[in-house]
Design a binder for this molecule. Structure first.
Ligand SMILES: O=C(O)C[C@H]1C=CC(=O)O1
Length: 96
């Protein structure tokens, strides 16, 4: 199942820089492993903001929830999820 997920990161300004850097490093490792597994299919920065638009390809809603809740930045994110399905006019056959 494909989902569009929008994540906006809102770290508190008072968070020490070292703590923020450590969380971001763990987030990067987590995100890159999920990309290697093919579950995090697209990861795009929203220009001009600390936010991304991502496409996830997961088994079901429960797997998406598990992945998103496991994001090291999850406690400091606003997240929006939209389920996707194939567009009848799409010419691509690999966007199941
Ligand atoms: O930077 C972000 O958009 C937040 C998050 C998503 C992937 C990652 O490495 O960090």
């Amino acid at each position: 199942m494909l989902f569009q997920v929008e994540m906006t990161v809102k770290l508190p300004p008072e968070m020490p820089a070292e703590q923020a850097a450590e969380i971001k490093a763990r987030e990067k490792e987590y995100a890159q492993e999920l990309q290697r597994q093919g579950k995090w299919r697209h990861l795009w920065r929203v220009a001009g903001s600390y936010a991304n638009v991502s496409i996830f390809d997961v088994r079901d809603n429960a797997e998406l929830q598990e992945i998103v809740a496991g994001l090291p930045l999850f406690p400091w994110m606003e997240i929006g999820v939209k389920p996707l399905c194939r567009h009848p006019s799409s010419i691509r056959d690999d966007d199941s």
